[in-house]
Design a protein around this ligand. Sequence first.
Ligand SMILES: NC(=O)c1ccc[n+]([C@@H]2O[C@H](COP(=O)([O-])OP(=O)(O)OC[C@H]3O[C@@H](n4cnc5c(N)ncnc54)[C@H](OP(=O)(O)O)[C@@H]3O)[C@@H](O)[C@H]2O)c1
Length: 330
Amino acid sequence: MSVVAITGASAGIGRAAARMFAERGYDVGLVARGGDGLDAAAAEVRMAGSRAYVVQADVGDAEALDRAAQQIEEELGPIDVWINDAMATVFGPFLELEPDEFRRVTEVTYLGVVNGTRAALRRMVPRDRGVIIQVGSALAYRGIPLQSAYCGAKHAAQGFTDSIRCELLHDESNVRLAEVQMPAVNTPQFRIQRSKLSHQAQPVPPIFQPELAAEAIWHAAHNRRRQIWVGFPTVYTILGNRLAAPLLDAFLGKTGYDSQQVDEPEVPDRPDNLYEPLPGDHGSHGAFDSVAKTTSRQLTLLLSPPVALIAESLDSLGARAGRLLARLTA
Ligand SMILES: NC(=O)c1ccc[n+]([C@@H]2O[C@H](COP(=O)([O-])OP(=O)(O)OC[C@H]3O[C@@H](n4cnc5c(N)ncnc54)[C@H](OP(=O)(O)O)[C@@H]3O)[C@@H](O)[C@H]2O)c1
């Protein structure tokens, strides 16, 4: 039986991934802070016929995450796949965020990835096998208004991942690092994360269901892909930013406030999960089931065997060309 460890496994995309990996034969180490969501996730894993092991840990705490990895290996066996999914954000204009709120988002969304990657590599590198998946975002390449701390952290995680990938290649390691850049996904974050907005937050439409995100994570774990971009919105956001950043600055400056809020007013001072988990099980889906898409033509095409093979070959060709260039310029 293979073993996957997932941070942020109690809700949203991490929860959907936990279910999918369990249904497809993995034992699952579930890491987050909230006991209710973790217990519910563990019940889903067991229902699928796999073993579940729950660790309550804060991803911002490097030692706690390392202990979590150790406990999961003691209980379930060597970790084959480690998924860095946990996140925190504060919705609101930059000047309305307190310095400590900004620090906390960075600690969870960026350093959580750093800490998770370290905990996984410490175990995978000596064995010379394993895959680490970074759950990223189109916003790792393109900052949007009202999410400065989160976008900064996602950019940082992306740059960090490039550095570590180069180090693994330098060491000729067989440990693999892949990123899955997500579009807007219907998860609970828009009701449980901290918000300073006047109206309730929403992911910028079109919105996709978390099972699609989980499918892309599964594919990245089992195919030699460097990155997977999920959905056309991710493709045009990343490419659009490369080609026409000033246009996107102006467009997002005009539309980015309204497109991230629905008509219902935000509940003033509602509890949130920035520093502590919220009680209760928040599940994998958010409030947007009625509009969220269950399929993506782009993802279906990308994961279809011929296209997946071409994409994998292009990644491998790129790596070979890089090695050749290094020899020629040595
Ligand atoms: N939803 C989207 O539109 C979207 C778009 C692009 C990318 N993504 C990426 O997808 C991933 C998951 O997002 P999501 O929307 O599924 O978020 P979510 O619904 O808010 O779930 C976040 C998960 O992270 C856990 N978590 C939060 N703070 C933590 C901490 N300090 N230590 C450990 N666990 C913590 C939460 O559990 P506890 O609170 O119980 O700890 C929960 O399990 C993130 O990396 C995000 O950047 C999401």
